[in-house]
Design a protein around this ligand. Structure first.
Ligand code: G6P
Length: 764
């Protein structure tokens, strides 16, 4: 480091000196040129003003007057004096001060001007003094009126001041450069110490802790070397890889020792590699795993917060698969080739992302219209009326066809491919793919609830949708109840045979299996508390940022969606404070809400309603440094949400209807201290697994209010036992297990099963 600093300083000194020299050289050159021009100009003006009089005196032969004139100009500002010569070069008059310098022999400038009978000038030395001599011809008229050459007027200026001026500039420059060098060296040393030496030493310390395994995984982040950002990123990625490898190895060893089989990203990747074999895996979803967004002057890659990416990325990486999704990022087109393909993840490309481009009209009809104004409220019983427009349906079919074409193109070269279609945006896709590629194994996972046949029956295109879905070999829902609803709907809507024992549907010569696969979060470890801060300290720190003081903290995390029961939740908080006033001034609820689908009026209005309701309740109760509700209305990263999960006394999940609800599972998985209480709506898929939550009907405001009190007053031992049981459930059924079950089942289905059944039937 010292050598580095010394080299840096020497380079800086050389650099600054060179720059100063060049700039001084130029300044001297320009200054000299200007002074010379000024001197020449002054001499010229003086010469021209004098020559008229001198001409006349010469013509008249008035030598005495001439002498007087010449003496008058003896030694004025830089003027050494004047001399008048006759045409033969004899001195007619000369300033006294000039005599010892000029003598009687005319200098070369005068001799030359006599020869040419023209004006002349020169910078030269006279008796070792630098001078400027301007020589002007003197003319008159002879008797016949003809012009006649009378002699020369020489004006002699002292040019020594020009040199003095140049020396002064050089001296000043030298002193300036010296001051600059000292200042720059001083500042550089400070910068090196603060911005380079310090961070580098910290990074080295950080890397040592990492190498020796002394750093807990939760503390891994980019080291503090902002000056070398690209390097910092690489080091952080490297550290993460190193740490995940170490964690994976340790986990494997632990599992082996315990004889347990827990699913991890590594185990999933290895398992799927053998299962998928030469056939590759294709994932289709509306949202893409990586989005390129135009920032001020650059392009940023963002990963939309989604459990799906966590689960499917290891599988796609292991099988060099392809993810097909809507390219909706503002700089998406620039980031891929002309087929819409690019390799991801950006820092370690191992699978292909194929982007599908949609027009505004297509996005409006397919995504906003049919999927989110039609199917979303249709499948969620949350009392928002679905809107079905023929134009939206048309776009939905068109976009499903567009995606099917993209999938077929991507799998052209692949034998027996596997396709995992995601969600309600692609109800028609399974049949479109299977019609062209019967050898493909196609599964669709429906991430939202499936309602009963009566409720689904209001969809004008229910038959087409059910038929499209039945093109799949496997349909997945979160819970058994949704599977049952689907079997009943298919039974009513299309010609089919239902096999309840195997939970499958036969339509024509194709069989579709319908099974539940409860999705989860990436929990791979029973959490260990390695934080130095207590939940209480974190809690007051978080609230302090909003200038609030409270003893108890509740948290809610949702997309701002009418299915999430946020208004009901606020009413329950109001009721709780009303019923148990001793908690006024004590309990604050932080609602983290990510604006969503705001282009749709229903969502736009909801945002305003939520804000008004929070404002009303706050206005009613707030006092001094306390208020009951803090509404944080923006997208938060998982990292930002984590401290709230970890510090809260309770988490409120009051969805009116939800396929699964991963917030409930994330809260449980985040509780390092195995404390905190989950209050969970019975209308979520998660409620089937997390039986140790306080289960509530969100429409029953009093019940939720009471649950808040129960949670706050629960015995710590009970809290811990409940939380640990839920953590074990999530740990055993994490998202890797979800992906493994879905893919394993799809890979083991027998596609030829109908023909076999027919064959065994024929002889009979
Ligand atoms: C639900 C859906 C997902 C969807 C997500 C976010 O969880 O099941 O498919 O991606 O909401 O909604 P958005 O419309 O923003 O993708």
């Amino acid at each position: 480091m010292r050598l580095f600093s010394a080299r840096l300083i020497v380079s800086l000194i050389i650099g600054v000196t060179l720059v100063s020299l060049c700039s001084a050289g130029y300044e001297v050159y320009v200054g000299k040129r200007n002074l010379r021009r000024d001197l020449q100009h002054r001499a010229q003006v003086l010469g021209e003003s004098l020559s008229g009089n001198v001409d006349r005196d010469l013509e008249k032969g008035a030598v005495r007057t001439l002498n007087r004139t010449v003496q008058r100009f003896d030694h004025r500002e830089n003027l050494l004096g004047l001399a008048v010569y006759d045409p033969d070069g004899h001195v007619l008059a000369m300033s006294d001060d000039l005599v010892p310098r000029m003598g009687t022999i005319p200098p070369p400038a005068v001799t030359q001007a006599l020869k040419d009978m023209q004006q002349g000038s020169s910078f030269q030395r006279l008796a070792d003094v630098p001078v400027y001599i301007l020589v002007l011809p003197l003319r008159g008229q002879d008797k016949s009126g003809e012009e006649k050459f009378l002699g020369l007027l020489a004006i002699v200026h002292d040019a020594g001041f020009i040199r003095a001026q140049s020396l002064r500039i050089w001296r000043e420059t030298f002193l300036n450069a010296l001051a600059h060098i000292m200042l720059i060296v001083f500042i550089t040393l400070l910068i090196v110490r603060w911005s380079i030496e310090g961070p580098i030493a910290r990074t080295a310390h950080w890397m040592r802790a990492l190498r020796t395994g002394r750093m807990p995984p939760s503390r891994i982040g980019a080291p503090d070397v902002a000056l070398f950002r690209p390097l910092a990123r690489e080091v952080a990625t490297f550290a993460e890889s190193l740490n995940s490898a170490r964690t994976a190895a340790a986990r494997e060893a632990r599992l082996r020792a315990a004889g347990q089989s827990q699913w991890t990203a590594e185990r999933l990747a290895a398992d799927i590699k053998t299962r998928v074999g030469s056939g590759r895996l294709f994932v289709v979803s509306n949202r893409e795993p990586y989005m390129h967004m135009r920032a001020r002057r650059s392009v940023e890659v963002t990963v939309p917060p989604s459990g799906l990416v966590t689960a499917l990325e290891p599988v796609l990486c292991a099988s060099d698969g392809t993810w097909i999704a809507h390219g909706s990022g503002t700089a998406d087109r620039e980031a891929c080739d002309r087929h819409g393909r690019l390799r991801v993840p950006p820092e370690d490309p191992r699978y292909t992302l194929r982007r599908v481009w949609l027009t505004k009209e297509e996005e409006e009809g397919y995504y906003y219209g049919f999927a989110n104004e039609g199917l979303w409220p249709l499948c969620h019983i949350a009392h928002t009326r679905p809107i079905f427009r023929a134009e939206d349906w048309e776009q939905y079919q068109k976009v499903n066809r567009k995606f099917a074409d993209a999938v077929l193109e991507e799998m052209k070269e692949t034998d027996k491919p596997m396709v995992l279609v995601q969600d309600y945006h692609f109800g028609l896709l399974p049949r479109m793919i299977k019609e062209k590629r019967p050898d493909a194994r196609v599964a669709i996972f429906w991430h939202i609830p499936w309602p009963n046949p009566e409720a689904f029956g209001i969809c004008p295109w229910q038959k087409e949708l059910v038929d499209g879905l039945l093109g799949a070999d496997l349909i997945g829902f979160h819970i058994q109840a949704h599977c049952e609803n689907f079997l009943q709907t298919a039974d009513r809507v299309v010609e089919s045979r239902i096999d309840r024992e195997h939970s499958s549907i036969r339509r024509g010569d194709h069989i579709t299996t319908v099974h539940p696969f409860p999705i989860s979060v990436a929990a791979t470890e029973l959490p260990i508390d390695d934080s130095d801060e207590s939940a209480y300290e974190t809690r007051s720190g978080l609230l302090k940022a909003f200038d609030i003081e409270a003893l108890f903290l509740g948290v809610g995390v949702d997309r701002l969606d009418y299915t999430k029961g946020i208004l009901e939740r606020f009413l329950a908080i109001e009721r709780f404070l009303e019923k148990y006033p001793r908690y006024q001034g004590q309990f604050t609820f932080v609602q983290i809400g990510a604006p969503s689908r705001t282009h749709l009026k229903r969502y736009h209005d909801l945002e305003a309603e939520i804000e008004v309701e929070a404002g009303r309740i706050n206005w009613r109760f707030q006092r001094d440094k306390w208020k009951p509700i803090v509404l944080l209305k923006r997208q938060h990263s998982h990292k930002e949400i984590l401290p709230y999960y970890q510090a809260a006394d309770l988490c409120l999940v009051t969805a009116l209807h939800d396929g699964m609800n991963l917030v409930a599972k994330e809260f449980v998985a985040s509780r390092l201290d195995a404390s905190g209480v989950l209050i969970l709506s019975i209308f979520t898929g998660a409620a089937r697994e997390l039986r140790d939550a306080l289960l509530v009907n969100p429409y029953n405001i009093d019940q939720t209010a009471d649950a808040i009190r129960t949670a706050l007053e629960m015995d710590p031992q009970e809290k811990q036992e409940r939380m640990q049981r839920m953590q074990r459930t999530i740990w055993e059924n994490n998202i890797y297990r979800w992906a493994e079950r879905l893919i394993t089942e799809l890979s083991e289905l027998r596609l030829d099963v109908v023909e076999e059944v027919e064959k065994t039937r024929l002889p009979a």
